[in-house]
Design a protein around this ligand. Structure first.
Ligand code: HEC
Length: 118
């Protein structure tokens, strides 16, 4: 076996190993991003035409865009989504399933520090 072939196999093994470890979380976060784009982005995306983002900005919450926050907890996100707040609507399980909501929570807390993920 040549050196370069040996190195290639080591690199391949590392890539596969990493992927196997990261895959479940990664796909849940990706799914969360997808569901978020559909249901939340219209109000919480960046820009001045987004009522959720505007409400956050008016309260001085920074950053106003939900996707940039690192202080949201899954429990709080799920509470807001199932119960609504002011004119943010309630989302039923027929619209956003529990699994999809778990995915949204995983997506929105992806950059949190470990202590804030409970
Ligand atoms: C029709 C517009 C609208 C949609 C759609 C919407 N929201 Fe909201 N959301 C709001 C508004 C407005 C507020 C701010 C309410 C207030 O405090 O004044 C808010 C607040 C929140 C908050 C509270 C943030 C904080 O720290 O106070 C969270 C979390 C949230 N929304 C998550 C979501 C998620 C997740 C979705 C998608 C499932 C979603 N929202 C869809 C309008 C919307």
């Amino acid at each position: 076996m040549t050196i370069s072939r040996a190195l290639f196999l080591v690199a391949l093994g590392m890539a596969l190993g990493t992927q196997a470890l990261a895959a479940p979380n990664e796909s849940q976060i990706e799914r969360g991003h997808h569901v978020y784009q559909k249901w939340c982005y219209p109000c919480h995306g960046p820009g001045t035409d987004k009522p959720g983002t505007n409400a956050m900005a008016a309260q001085g919450l920074k950053p106003a865009v939900l996707e940039e926050r690192t202080d949201l907890t899954p429990a709080a996100i799920k509470g807001y989504v199932r119960h609504g707040i002011y004119f943010m609507p309630t989302f039923r399980k027929t619209e956003i399933s529990d699994a999809d909501l778990d995915a949204i929570a995983a997506y929105l807390t992806r950059s949190n520090k470990p202590a804030a993920t409970k």
